[in-house]
Write a protein that binds this ligand. Structure first.
Ligand code: NAD
Length: 361
């Protein structure tokens, strides 16, 4: 397997547990240090992992850290990732890479000029769900793709997240929070986006914390919470997308892709696994496709393993900052389209990441 990559984790909150569970079974990742703005969280994580609890500054100065995993809240992503790159560390950030296109582009530029790798979640799209669906399309089983639908409709994360305020502050909202899963999946399936139209709105000015010690406390909503969009991909396929925290319940499929000879039903891009189903012209029923590509039994953090391997092999990593910047360029264009009521070109392009063969980590 070769040398392992020494990883320092900044941000030991809700999502960190999922990364830690994956790290335990990744032979090419060694968690050496952890830090959090609330030091007792880092200390608690250190006790269960054997990593050393440090301040952020100490972690960035440590020779035992090659790559920083940035699991802080979105508003802190830019500062933490920029400081990590300045300290000469590779970085893998939770999504979004930055709160705006300009923040994310700055980070990508900094990484490139310092010759460092910058990766970004989501890596769920490297699981068997999205990768098998991609293989169905790449193997021409539905013919030329013509359209897709992508729906994330929920009542919002404040029912279960004990500190949900960040979801409703700049850098949050359903598009920035959940859009990365859907847009990354759509880029894998259909390629980058070249034009958008959209509308956005919000339904409540205040929300209520639903769980944890602050349950019942109210907080303001500062972002749009329902976004509808049409995306035109570079090869002409058209996606209809809805991202919402304003929907009580929904039965719309997560993603479907339609081609000139058939359709593929694509599982939740926020999960590594899920049923991929194909129905071609003339078929009486949907047919489930066995996993044929992607990380088997994947977990959050597999993208870092792919990055570690890509460093050894001298190839691009798949959960890339380039894709994360493209996502933010689409968001930027959508916000303008919604504001101005116009069709907006997306100037940015990203490379469609390489497909991932069936892999176990
Ligand atoms: N919670 C989820 O289910 C989930 C799922 C996927 C992705 N994410 C993403 O993961 C990231 C973290 O989310 P979370 O739910 O774990 O949030 P959280 O609030 O539970 O945890 C964030 C942690 O980061 C620490 N932190 C904040 N700013 C910091 C700074 N400047 N320096 C050091 N530490 C700092 C906080 O003290 C906290 O412990 C977000 O980008 C979110 O979008 C969360």
């Amino acid at each position: 397997m070769g040398e392992s990559l020494n990883v320092g984790m900044i941000g030991c909150g809700t999502i960190s547990g999922q990364y830690l569970a994956t790290f335990e079974r990744l032979p090419d990742i060694r968690l050496t240090a952890v830090a959090d703005a609330e030091p007792e969280r880092a200390q608690a994580t250190a006790r269960t992992t054997g990593a050393t609890a440090l301040s952020t500054e100490q972690l960035l100065a440590s020779d035992d850290v090659d790559l920083v995993v940035n699991l802080t809240i979105p508003a802190a992503h830019l500062a933490v990732s920029a400081a990590s790159l300045d300290a000469g560390k590779h970085v893998y950030s939770e999504k979004p890479l930055g709160s705006t296109l300009s923040e994310a582009s700055q980070l990508l530029q900094k990484a490139e000029s310092n010759d460092l790798r910058l990766g970004c979640a989501p890596d769920t799209v490297l699981g068997t769900g999205i990768q098998t669906a991609r293989r169905v399309i790449d193997d021409d089983l539905i013919g030329r793709p013509t359209s897709a639908t992508a729906f994330m409709q929920s009542p919002g994360p404040e029912r279960w997240h004990p500190s949900p305020e960040f979801y409703y502050q700049p850098g949050g909202g359903p598009l920035l929070d959940m859009g990365p899963y859907y847009l990354s999946a759509l880029v894998h399936l259909l390629g980058p986006v070249r034009r958008v139209v959209g509308m956005a709105g919000r339904h409540l000015d205040e929300r209520v914390v639903g769980s944890g010690p602050r349950a019942g406390s109210r907080f303001p909503v500062e972002v749009d919470t329902h976004v509808t969009a049409l995306l035109e991909h570079v090869d002409g396929a058209l996606t209809t997308m809805v991202m919402s925290f304003d929907v009580a319940a929904s039965e719309t499929p997560k993603i479907e892709v339609h081609g000139i000879r058939g359709s593929v039903s694509v599982p939740d891009p926020n999960r590594f696994e899920g049923a991929v189903r194909l129905r071609r012209d003339g078929d009486a029923e949907w047919q489930e496709i066995a996993p044929s590509a992607g990380f088997r039994d994947g977990g959050r953090g597999c993208g870092i393993s792919d990055l570690a391997q890509s460093l050894r092999e001298g190839r691009p990593h798949r959960a890339s900052a380039e894709l994360a910047v493209h996502f933010l360029a689409v968001v930027d264009a959508l916000e303008r389209a919604a504001r101005e009521g116009t069709v907006v070109d997306v100037e940015n392009r990203c490379t469609r990441p390489d497909p991932l063969p069936l892999t176990r980590r």
